[in-house]
Design a protein around this ligand. Sequence first.
Ligand SMILES: Cc1ncc(COP(=O)(O)O)c(C=O)c1O
Length: 383
Amino acid sequence: MFSSDSVKKFNNLPTPFYYYDIDIIKNNLKSLKYSLRSNNKVHFSVKSNTNKRILEIVKSYNLGIDAVSYNEIKHCLDQGFDSKDIVFAGVGKTDEEINKAIEKDIAYFNVESFQELDVINQLSKKQSKQTEVSIRVNPNIFSETNKKIQTGSKDDKFGVQLEDISKFSDYDKLSNINITGIHFHIGSQILNLSPFEKLCKITNETISYLEGNGVTIKNINVGGGLGIDYMDPENNLESNFKDFIHLFNSKIKLKNNQSIHFELGRSIVGQCGFLISKILYTKKSYNKNFIVLDSGMNNLIRPALYNSKHKISNISSRSNKIEAYDIVGPICESTDTFARDYEMVESKRGDLVVIYSCGAYAESMSSNYNLRDNIKSYYSDTI
Ligand SMILES: Cc1ncc(COP(=O)(O)O)c(C=O)c1O
């Protein structure tokens, strides 16, 4: 995937850095667009990537934004997104955040508790506004993914329990909110679509219950969560939007005025980003062969936080010999380890190493831990 030309270019840039392949994200967005129907709307989950260049591309494909803090809303407004295309989720929105989002007339709030509904109602009243809300329901669906990124099982902090949907009609009578939607998001990095099929069944049952009780639902927001291939990214650069979107379109029974909303993050941007590093040192210690990179868990925290695996390649070594390495960063934490016993070509100080699938939850989750500098991003069409 990376030619000798890329290696030459990368060698002239100060490492580490994020590299975004613009063709990859554009092709992926094209295939997403191709899978959508007129009554579908996608809000890009901006927590996965807040990079301005990436947002500019996302915007050019007419996607809206799924934000989880007012700062994310502000960031996207500053990038030219229309407030009417922004939805606001999050289990702990502050009064200040709610006030500002009401002021900006965002599309709707994804509300995570009945107490929050009361607060949004009171704050809307003070601003003499009528606010549209969707209620996030925790459907108690198990999804085969890392426990730390499951969000729709009964012990997870998100949403209101299914048993409480009977309360919606009372809350719908509050003076300054309109309950116009339901919202689900069952987790992230889900590759087997069967939990989503269960979600469709629960969605249909929930809507028919609500409509039978006088609550009119306009937006059915099924969240995001579609996974990507971290093991073989080069052969799977485009996400399986076709099957994912088709599943919801074929299983959810829609009335004329209803639409299905999606909040996709990882599946849109995951494969377009790469973390490019240089090898600072190699060393043998007891029975381990270490490669110490100049990038660390402050640039890509997923392996340290979730035990996630990423494909890693040495793109400048000319050796054919394969060795097993522990590939680590410079941070003073043992968990600053990208991979253990990872088979890679024989590597030496100064070699360039690429970590794949870093377009989602890498740059946006980066930190200055150990007071390390922020690193730059470069783009395939400008270097
Ligand atoms: C409410 C909500 N919607 C959407 C997403 C995006 O998920 P993904 O990047 O897996 O598509 C998340 C991510 O955790 C989320 O919390």
